[in-house]
Write a protein that binds this ligand. Structure first.
Ligand code: CAA
Length: 262
């Protein structure tokens, strides 16, 4: 499948997806959803890929939300289907077996913020702005915003953002725990790549086990989460990476992780 609304490339075992509708501030329409789905399937099937970065093309936006022009005449059923497609896409993103970083180079609004929250963590330019402004359009978040945002920042903060529709700065987003780090705009890409390369040097089995255990355990009670952790811990022990990592420590050398289950 060739892409017109996203740019997909792989550099040094790191996959990069750029939302590529800069004239519409990278708004998400049905084509974006279909192309993203295809690209994520490719990434999941490619064992050589060790991390994914999502970012926006152009200098203004990561993603300014779902495409308002297509939603304007939606019937309720079309709204339901579009929302479900968004949910499925973001679950697919969240379930990727590799770390995913949102590199937020500008507006992350509505579906853009919802996409960022389905990534494992987020770095933002100091000029980026965040919000769930759907209320200003007479609608509500539809790609998981009410759910992921309240889990991330708590119920009342999530309600404040979703009910007022106000935009917040990157610094405020960091204070709330929506983004991990804020960088000067010119440094954002380089800093993000640095972390992606660091992640790419880790054991793939243990990265996947950490990601799955935190994601799946998050909505569970502590004891159930800890059972999941024991399973993940046991799975790591089955990997060549565990032999290599612990062996390298004891032999006082750097580990060379291969990322395969033996
Ligand atoms: N959908 C479609 N087009 C959009 C868009 C969106 N979400 N956001 C921006 N655009 C388009 C604008 O219509 C404009 O197009 P034209 O040049 O053809 O007029 C172009 O992008 C540039 O935008 P602006 O001229 O508005 O740029 P600005 O710098 O003045 O303002 C902005 C930037 C504050 C982000 C403003 O564009 C804006 O408020 N956008 C809408 C944000 C929004 O409401 N997002 C939520 C969408 S609903 C949603 O996401 C639901 C969900 O959960 C799935």
């Amino acid at each position: 499948m060739s892409y017109e609304t996203i740019i997909y490339e792989v550099k040094e075992n790191i996959a990069i997806i750029r939302f590529n509708r800069p004239k519409a501030l990278n708004a998400i329409n049905g084509t974006v959803v279909a192309e993203m789905k295809d690209a994520l399937e490719k990434i999941a099937a490619d064992k050589s890929i060790r991390a994914l970065i999502l970012t926006g093309e152009g200098d203004k936006a990561f993603v300014a939300g779902a495409d308002i022009a297509i939603m304007k005449d939606f019937t309720p059923l079309q709204g339901k289907v579009f929302s479900e497609q968004g949910h499925e896409l973001l679950f697919q993103l969240e379930a990727l077996p590799i770390p995913v970083i949102a590199c937020i180079n500008g507006f992350a609004l509505g579906g853009g913020l919802e996409t960022a929250m389905a990534c494992d963590f987020a770095y933002a330019a100091d000029s980026a702005q965040f919000g769930q402004p759907e209320i200003n359009l007479g609608i509500m978040p539809g790609f998981g915003g009410t759910q992921r945002l309240s889990r991330l920042i708590g119920k009342s903060m999530a309600k404040e953002l979703c009910m007022t529709g106000v935009m917040i700065s990157a610094r405020e987003a960091k204070d709330m725990g929506i983004v991990n780090k804020v960088f000067p705009k010119e440094a954002l890409w380089e800093e993000t790549m640095k972390v992606a390369k660091l992640l790419a040097s880790k054991g793939k089995v243990s990265l996947r086990a950490v990601k799955d255990t935190i994601n799946r355990g998050y909505d569970q009670d502590l004891r159930t989460g800890c059972y999941m952790e024991s399973d993940g811990f046991a799975m790591c022990m089955a990997s060549e990476d565990a032999r290599e990592g612990m062996g390298a420590f004891l032999e006082k050398r750097r580990p060379d992780f291969k990322g395969e289950l033996t």
